[in-house]
Write a protein that binds this ligand. Structure first.
Ligand SMILES: [Zn+2]
Length: 118
């Protein structure tokens, strides 16, 4: 398992944020429960040209999983959906993708107001 942070436009849109953080697992290492609530769509407008199958929760709308046919043995799990069992260091991104699209203000200490709560 590794953690990937993607800055592509598709990931921004599905996450509703400036990037999407995914946990990259072998499918054989993931057990999906409650799959009856999942909704899927085929994202064919990707930069790589490879269609991405995306799943989200039909009950709450959370982005859950993604997979591609060229890496069929793997599944991407949205890091924000992990409730526990993985420590913070494991969740920390190890790889960033599509950095040419990364927002210029990210990760450069440019946040001027940082708070622990609202
Ligand atoms: Zn992406």
């Amino acid at each position: 398992m590794t953690t990937i942070q993607c800055h592509c436009n598709n990931c921004r849109k599905i996450a509703g944020t400036p990037f999407q953080t995914n946990l990259f697992f072998k499918k054989s290492d993931v057990e999906i429960t409650g799959a009856d609530t999942l909704k899927s769509y085929a994202d064919s407008n990707t930069l790589s040209g490879t269609e991405v199958s995306r799943q989200f929760c039909g009950a709450c709308g959370s982005t859950m999983f993604a997979s591609t046919p060229n890496r069929a043995e793997f599944i991407l799990v949205s890091a924000g959906t992990v409730d526990g069992g993985l420590d913070d260091e494991v969740l920390a991104p190890k790889t960033e993708l599509f950095c040419k699209d990364k927002r210029s203000w990210m990760g450069m200490g440019k946040v001027v107001d940082s708070r622990d709560a609202e």
